[in-house]
Ligand binder design. Structure first.
Ligand SMILES: Nc1ncnc2c1ncn2[C@@H]1O[C@H](COP(=O)(O)OP(=O)(O)OP(=O)(O)O)[C@@H](O)[C@H]1O
Ligand SMILES: [Mg+2]
Length: 285
């Protein structure tokens, strides 16, 4: 569990994060969402100690990053895996060497043991036998999976992913989301994902923080987003008319007003009139 307590951060007089309070739960995919520039990356960078906060505390299972010694920080960093925006692989290194890099940095394992671990994680992300390829020789989705393999190679307790789906098609994005979600469950990690991908929000949003201009405006689950009446959140999530319609349909499903396996013909026969209104809006019979 990671607790963020009253965290503020400014750059040159610009307040970027304003008094953020949040809890990132263990064994869950915790999402940070918000428009471009709302402060998602800055918040993640504060959480991993790449930026120092101006005010507040960040507790990793009770241990405060903002006050701990440099030695304790080093130890904590080894428990943190990071998947950077754009994967950030070393172009001149093979897939194997990219994934092995954290092991070379932080362990004194034998070469054979390192390779065994590298092969384990590559297999986990479905990239068996790609060891000798270079980043330029693999697709964007594969690069993300190499990034994930590298992020988990040290068996981290905490996994940070900044926009893991950027530049990927919706189907490949789902594969990446599911992979991160499954790995989180398998290893009971505390996972934090920055995203503005609506599919991710709906599919793996177990605990969602919504940032707006550096403030936490809302938090909840993907189900709660469907019912949320928060204007700014709704404008952000359901930006198109199509998505607003989809939200309405999902609400009706959740309320049990229509079946998940609805028969559209039947629904449309009466023009959908009795569906558009929720229970509470219905005229008395
Ligand atoms: N090192 C920095 N120095 C000064 N300002 C910064 C720095 N890093 C970020 N900012 C500012 O902080 C604000 C929030 O940026 P941040 O990168 O966290 O946004 P974001 O929510 O991650 O956006 P995106 O969705 O585009 O990735 C922006 O106004 C940005 O210009
Ligand atoms: Mg960002």
């Amino acid at each position: 569990m990671i607790e963020i307590k009253n965290v503020s951060k400014s750059f040159g007089g610009n307040e970027i994060l304003i008094d953020i309070n949040a809890v990132m739960e263990t064994g869950k995919t915790n999402l940070i969402i918000g428009t471009s520039g709302s402060g998602k990356t800055v918040l993640q960078k504060c959480m991993v100690g790449l930026f120092e906060v101006d005010k507040g505390d960040i507790l990793f299972d009770g241990k405060d990053l903002t006050t701990m010694s440099e030695e304790d920080r080093k130890e904590l960093r080894q428990q943190i895996g990071m998947l950077f925006q754009g994967s950030a692989l070393f172009d001149s290194m093979t897939v194997e060497d990219n994934v092995k890099f954290p092991l070379d940095m932080f362990t004194k394992w034998s070469h054979a043991k390192k390779i065994e671990r590298v092969n384990d994680v590559l297999e986990r992300v479905n990239l068996k036998d790609t060891n000798s390829r270079f980043p330029a020789e693999i697709s964007g989705g594969m690069k993300k999976r190499v990034g994930i393999a590298r992020a988990i190679v040290l068996k981290p307790k905490y996994l940070f992913c900044d926009e893991p789906n950027s530049g990927l098609d919706p189907q490949t994005s789902m594969v990446i989301d599911k992979l991160i979600h499954e790995i989180t469950k398998e290893n009971n990690m505390t996972t934090i994902i920055n995203t503005h991908d609506m599919n991710s929000v709906m599919e793996i949003g177990e605990n969602i923080l919504y940032l707006y201009n550096g403030k936490k405006e809302w938090e909840g689950t993907s189900k709660e987003i469907i019912f949320s009446k928060h204007d700014k959140l709704n404008e952000f999530i359901f930006a198109s008319e199509f998505l607003r319609d989809a939200k309405d349909m999902r609400m009706l499903e959740e309320k049990g007003i229509i079946d998940n396996d609805r028969n559209m013909e039947e629904i449309m026969r009466d023009g959908g009139a009795n569906l558009v209104m929720g229970d509470e809006d219905k005229e008395p019979e």
